[in-house]
Design a protein around this ligand. Structure first.
Ligand code: R5P
Length: 295
């Protein structure tokens, strides 16, 4: 017999309440499995759907580049502002405190140094180790138009196969060779190939003309790399334009850690990415945090 609250045996089955069933709103990701979605939610903030990834994996082919000589000194103070870290497993194990609980995108391709042909990469991390490290994604460089194009694309597809088996997203990183034109046509080609071959999200470069066609023609989220250091004002404008034109965030390195004030810069980038703060205001914010004037 139902009791006076309409429940059976003091249980409440909320018979008049429809089951909660919410779509997973990250672009192109609704059909993925739970573990994959959970890992992606460590990179992309579920509220804004966007990500500030702090990239400092450069050492995997560049060695100790400027401001990455001592990651414990220069990068650790920044990690609390990032949604996700993009780094190598060597730096993760040696330098990042295991009490860190947010996203970890592990660099999973490598081989050649800056002294050699960069596109000649191979897979550099086993899925088992990525899982052991509690990674939230594996990143692989893809050199469309490069000398070892097919090999690098094969690295991506192999990681996608094994990633799908274990629920590990793969970030396809579009690498642009020194002699290649960085335009929307190239970025559309490279990003789309990564997505078609199974990358869960794609890193590319921002291009000032027609960038919205790059994001529109890529069925999964795009984050932009920052590229070489440029003035803070310009980097904030680039990040703003990218997200307004459909990017799901940034995977930014040098324009943060080589900034005059990296802590102020990453907070300004966050405001642009997560709060749609306009670049002029974000630069003022940067100056305020830096303790400078806003003249
Ligand atoms: C470099 O090859 C790495 O993939 C970096 O993660 C990437 O280039 C982003 O860093 P940056 O903003 O310095 O270009």
């Amino acid at each position: 017999m139902p009791d006076k609250e309409g429940t059976q045996d003091s249980h409440n089955y909320y018979l008049d309440v429809p089951a909660v069933s919410e779509p997973f709103t990250l672009k192109g990701s609704n059909s993925l499995d739970w573990g994959m979605k959970n890992r992606l939610s460590k990179t992309f903030d579920p509220d804004s759907g966007r990500a500030v990834m702090l990239a400092f994996d450069h050492g995997y082919f560049m060695g100790p580049t400027s401001q990455l000589e001592r990651i414990d000194v220069t990068i650790l103070p920044l990690i609390k502002y990032a949604d996700t870290l993009m780094l190598t497993r060597g730096i993760l194990r040696s330098t990042i405190p295991p009490t860190y609980t947010r996203g970890i995108v592990v660099r999973a391709s490598g081989g050649p140094s800056i002294l050699k042909e960069l596109s000649n990469e191979e897979i550099a991390v086993d899925i088992e180790d990525a899982l052991r490290l509690n990674a939230s994604a594996m990143a692989v460089q893809v050199f469309i138009g490069g000398e070892y194009e097919t090999q690098s694309v094969n690295n991506l597809t192999c990681l996608v196969d094994v990633g799908n088996r274990y629920g590990m997203p793969v970030l396809g990183v579009t690498a642009v060779g020194r002699d290649m034109v960085r335009d929307a046509k190239y970025m559309r080609l490279a990003s789309r190939i990564c997505a078609e071959l199974g990358a869960s999200f794609v890193k590319t470069y921002y291009v000032p003309e027609d960038f919205e066609t790059v994001t529109a023609s890529c069925p999964v989220p795009i984050v932009i790399a920052g590229g070489k250091k440029i003035p803070e004002q310009d980097a904030l404008k680039m990040a703003y334009n990218a997200v307004q034109q459909g990017a799901a965030g940034v995977d930014m390195g040098r324009n943060i850690f080589q900034s005059e004030d990296p802590e102020a810069m990453i907070q300004a980038v966050r405001a642009v990415v997560h709060d749609d703060m306009e670049p002029e205001q974000a630069y003022e914010f940067y100056l305020t945090l830096k303790g400078g004037t806003s003249e």
